[in-house]
Design a protein around this ligand. Sequence first.
Ligand code: K1U
Ligand code: ZN
Length: 203
Amino acid sequence: MLAETIFFCGLTTTSYFSCILSASYNNFGVNIAMAILKVLHFPDTRLRDKALPVYKIDSKVKEIAKNMLDVMYAENGIGLAATQVNIRQRIIVIDLSEEKNEPLILINPKITKLVGNQTMREGCLSVPDYYDIIERAEYIEYCYKTLDDEVINSNTDGLLAVCIQHEIDHLDGKLFIDYLSLLKRQRLKKKINKQEKLQQSIL
Ligand code: K1U
Ligand code: ZN
């Protein structure tokens, strides 16, 4: 099925990302190009980059959003920010549905109001195997653009509010572990350094 796999860097001048471009064949024997983006892992410094606003919602932006959804579903996430796949554009995708069939694509998302507090156990595809309780706003008002260039003003609470805050943080180069105490962050860093050394000794 899979014909060839090549590394491909810097797809466009406006988006900086690296991906694996796989040339494969569908059921009709037609050659299709399938881009698989790679999720960056902490402490990769590119996770600290601040994403730039999307100025024009064109076919490239639509393709990026589609590929981000593929990555999010493949990694069993409920959200993904473009920064996590090394794309410096303000794009996030979310799907909180059980069947994974209710994708939300938010272009240039912005929180306009934060109210109250809630605590929730968070994880992050860029910090694998680490979960912790984080305090965030309980209710938010937010706006964003759809892929059809429509401006949406909305509000939410609970898990969706947490997820939107988590993903917008990524676009600003912030990780959920930044909210942890210094001691917890030091312990996590030690654990990650140990894992990195172990991996290097295996390779
Ligand atoms: O941005 C990300 O790294 C995705 C992240 C989103 C998120 C999860 C939990 C709270 C806030 C934001 C994840 O999806 S991590 C995976 C995860 O925790 C999870 C996966 C499936 C169901 C529930 C949680
Ligand atoms: Zn995350």
